[in-house]
Design a protein. Structure first.
Lengths: 378, 378
């Protein structure tokens, strides 16, 4: 059999055809279905962007109204799933809870045994609405607060903030989160999306694929990085250290700084541009520019010292912090958005499926090594 | 950036170096750490094989005794996990239940936040013992039976049968299952193992990786195939049809026959050789050779007609049926074994990690397609 040896971590290997997302890592371009992320961040909303990812084109007025209504209607969780989340220990991380609860959602999804295109679209509406609900509900439960019922008149971003805080969210907070959700909604074959496609390609169900994707997103080399950035900012603040000096010492000790560099982008991550702007504006508006200022000094230093650019995770940390969101919800919020892309990729995979099954280069003991009775072993 | 376009489904692409499993698909050779699967099936047991997969060599007497004792000691489930499984609807498929319960295990694993090599070995003992327990416990619960406490004096295979049936298993049944577990324990970068490595490579935790792997195994193009084989045999039996005629009609209608062909093997799957033998022997010994005979006629027909060989799934169906195991436990039993390989691969991945992040070939709308206001859309 002929085999081709790929770069480690499949770097630069084309693993699938996809019509969802196009990235030019040299030029710093990210686009969904051909539309530049800068245009979407400026003009679109999460609902419209999700429609675009799922359907390949922007919706007309009627389609957008129907899509938005359907997504709002899907804000419903079986009481047994709520009871399940309530039974989880309050020390569990929100990503473990989300992974487990999403896996359990399949028990109560009427389409569980139907893996058709249409059934997976229906399940995608449910999953998109339910992931946001689970994140909000668990955060309230672990804090001993009452669960807040969904408000179907609000946008996806607005309803999430409402269910999280129990307060009507400001326009600024809603629009900030909405833009963050647009920016995080898809990113081609990132690790969690690739995991989802590998799982879906066995013709397993979409709940399996999304559960696996959540597990992948949890990792600090992927979605978990935004939490790493904020933990660094908090440590620097607590120690009253100079941010640049602190990071300089980390580099000297060969420690990794979360939020910089990207496998695909060789220039600035176009998502960082928007998150930087939002972080600065929120900081100024709220009278608390501390996290933005600290982030900006670190960024300029790392740019100069290591020739590395901030990625999507770097300014999402200070943005979410200024919105008053707990650190360990940053990665779950990534999932609240990325479900749009995961669902699009799972459905695209199944529309033209082939099992994803690569080979390994064997580097173990020679064949044949023989089995010997236990008493003859050293 | 230079990219290499891989075959669809990453066919023939080397995605990792691995010292665990070597397969020669042309010659029909499968080996774990250099030792031929035929020698292991004949002489080894699941515990010894798992030690081999995890440690790269066969254990000496002391090491084997300690390993076996440690695995038996790990037969312990937090009462809250048992309560969780009890709360699941009895209509849930065992694979959904296993995926959800394994995800929840991380809540109660003392090493949850420790992703070191040693902690992952400890978690692997737990996961190996716990997956078998969860499968047995849920099967009893959904049938309204009492849970059977683990027996730490029994082997992994023996204890599973004990917890499943509540009866002391026969030597034949135990040895049959033990061999089946050896045969299924690893298979290089199969889809579920590859999913586990993609997830682990983000530096997420091993529970995330194994949860994702279970989701992938569930698919009918992977572990789910053995259930497909048995459903076919049952349908033929129920309709009183001639197996060869029935399958001939399926081929004419371009239907896929589960249990034949393999991405890697171009000759007989060496695991099928053993499962065929066990299926025949069990059939004769039990006085019920029906499933074996039916399977054998189908196999000979498909060999001749389609030049396709039986794979691991084909004779595991009739083997498990003759052991009296429910159909929808066949894939969970695959997981009871494959956890050995999954754990070995996750630990190997983390010992020399790089994020697994391929690229896609873009086939969507041209860039730039511009955003236009909703009222201007058709």
């Amino acid at each position: 059999m002929s085999t081709a040896v790929a770069g480690k971590g499949l770097e630069g290997v084309v693993a699938a055809n996809s019509g969802i997302c196009w990235i030019d890592g040299e030029a710093g371009i990210l686009s969904y279905r051909g539309i530049d992320i800068h245009e979407l961040a400026e003009h679109s909303c999460f609902e419209e962007t999700t429609y675009l990812l799922w359907n390949g084109m922007l919706p007309n007025e009627l389609a957008l109204r129907e899509f938005t209504a359907q997504l709002a209607l899907s804000r419903s969780l079986d009481q047994r799933v709520i009871d399940l989340v309530r039974s989880f220990p309050t020390a569990a991380t929100p990503m473990e809870v989300l992974r487990t609860a999403v896996s359990a959602l399949s028990f109560y999804d009427a389409d569980e045994k139907d893996n058709s295109h249409d059934a997976n679209v229906r399940k995608s509406y449910n999953l998109t609405a339910q992931i946001a609900m689970i994140v909000a509900i668990y955060d309230r439960l672990r804090k001993g607060k009452e669960i807040v019922a969904p408000d179907r008149s609000l946008s996806h971003a607005g309803n999430f903030l409402w269910m999280l805080t129990g307060e009507e969210p400001s326009e600024t907070a809603t629009r900030t989160l909405d833009i963050a959700l647009i920016l995080h909604a898809d990113h081609e074959l990132n690790a969690s999306t690739f995991a989802a496609r590998v799982i879906a390609a066995t013709l397993s169900d979409i709940h399996s694929a999304i559960t696996g994707a959540i597990g992948a997103l949890k990792g600090p080399l992927h979605g978990g990085a935004n939490e790493g950035v904020m933990r660094l900012l908090l440590t620097i603040d607590k120690e009253g250290a100079d941010p640049v000096e602190y990071v300089r010492n980390m580099l000297a000790a060969r420690q990794k700084i979360s939020g910089f560099g990207h496998r695909v982008y060789k220039t600035e991550d176009p998502r960082a541009t928007h998150l930087r702007k939002m972080s600065e504006q929120l900081g100024n508006d709220s009278g608390n520019p501390k996290w933005y200022n600290m982030s900006r000094s670190i960024e300029l230093f790392i740019n100069k010292e290591k020739k590395l650019n901030a990625n999507v995770d770097f300014y999402s940390a200070s943005t979410y912090a200024t919105l008053g969101i707990d650190i360990d919800l940053y990665t779950p919020i990534f999932a609240v958005s990325r479900i749009a892309g995961w669902a699009a990729h799972v459905i695209e995979q199944l529309d033209d499926n082939r099992l994803i099954r690569p080979r390994a280069e064997y580097i173990g003991p020679p064949y044949p090594t023989h089995w010997v009775p236990v008493e003859e072993r050293l």
